[in-house]
Design a protein around this ligand. Structure first.
Ligand code: NAD
Length: 330
């Protein structure tokens, strides 16, 4: 059932940190948080879409945009992929305003390659910026939130991790880990008013340039791009379409925690990792045999009515089907 219209959701007196906020999704989050009254730490290292280089201008530009709007923001240009950088991001908020209410952990980049060809230069920096950064910024932010008995954390996952995407084993590993991390923060944080969720966003941003390299060679990818055309042609795969759900999840209005949500082309949906009823081995302490498993494998595999896309490509197909079913597209 749809909810009744609500009053404008505001972030007045809230201090928000957005990592990787110099471009793409993070920039939109930071701008909208500021428009709605939050004081924002705009963190960005200012590197390329594959994580090379650094420049202070990305973060500083967004801070200027926010000030031009009449909002309040400070820049932090450290890398969240180091323990010291993560601490510095949170310290920037504490020095400026003495508290942290919201963390959107969003910084990231891609280094795509076939699984068998991935090098340490493609694995380690990706794990650092997606997985370890979530600890490096998340831990000091959590401590600051805990001190105030209030906090909203949003970690950026990816459909590539939850549903699968070729040539992104490194990235999918880092992004998939956000689910476990957020689930545990949600459990531990509930006693202190801290909520934690994961968003699987989708947008054509700088990362798309990294994505395109050779990807059209994968037939399913080429097909999914055609399927997604319905949304691209309508301008729905821009970063801005992810902002409403992301910001709702970090607002005081939102009571949801321990969740996983998808934002794809204007379709907003809960995603869940589900388990079927399964098959229960006969009573007693004797473990079943491999042959018992084989006999009952259909029952073990059954998921009832749950649907679960097995690749990003299938998610696009499901989004298109939902869009058609709901009469959004012919
Ligand atoms: P983007 O490249 O436009 O923005 C990412 C920003 O993160 C950049 O400004 C970059 O400088 C910054 N950054 C990178 N490494 C950093 C570091 N070590 N410290 C601080 N800042 C750093 O990309 P985007 O599409 O806006 O992606 C934002 C997030 O969403 C990323 O985590 C990405 O993996 C995730 N995501 C994006 C999509 C998509 O379709 N665009 C899909 C799923 C997940």
């Amino acid at each position: 059932m749809e909810s009744a219209a609500v009053a404008q959701i505001r972030f007045d007196d809230r201090v928000a940190i957005v990592t990787g906020a110099g471009n793409g999704l993070g920039r939109e989050y930071a701008l909208e948080l500021a428009r709605r009254g939050a004081k924002v730490v705009v963190n960005d290292l200012g590197g390329s879409g594959s994580g090379v280089g650094a420049s202070a201008t990305a973060a500083e530009r967004v801070v200027e945009e926010i000030r031009d709007l009449g909002g309040t923001a400070v820049a932090n240009t450290d890398s969240v992929a180091t323990r010291a950088g993560g601490a510095s991001v949170v310290q920037t908020a504490l020095d400026a305003w003495g508290r942290v209410d919201v963390l959107i952990s969003n910084a990231g980049f891609l280094r795509n390659s076939r699984f068998e060809d991935l090098t340490d230069e493609q694995i380690d920096p990706i794990i650092d910026v997606h997985l370890k950064a979530a600890f490096y910024v998340g831990q000091p932010a959590y401590r600051a939130m805990r001190a105030n008995g209030y906090g909203r954390m949003l970690f950026t996952g990816s459909a590539s991790a939850m549903f699968g995407h070729a040539w992104q084993a490194n990235y999918a590993s880092g992004k998939g880990a956000m689910v476990g991390l957020s689930n545990v923060i949600a459990l531990e944080g509930s006693a202190y008013g801290i909520q934690s969720n994961v968003l699987l966003p989708t947008a054509v941003s700088r990362l798309a340039d990294e994505m395109d390299q050779g990807f059209m060679e994968i037939p399913e990818f080429a097909k999914s791009i055609q399927t997604a055309d319905f949304s691209a042609s309508d301008g729905r795969v821009v970063p801005e379409f992810n902002t409403p759900l992301a910001l709702y999840l970090v607002s005081e209005n939102c009571q949801a925690t321990h969740g996983l949500y998808s934002s794809n082309s204007g379709r907003y949906a809960r995603v869940r990792i589900c388990a079927g009823e399964g098959w229960v081995a006969p009573k007693g302490s004797v473990p079943p045999t491999l042959e018992d498993i084989s006999t009952h494998f259909d029952k073990i595999s059954e998921l009832g009515e749950f649907s679960q896309p097995m690749t990003v490509y299938e998610e696009f197909t499901a989004v298109a089907a939902a869009a058609r079913k709901q009469g959004v597209y012919p």
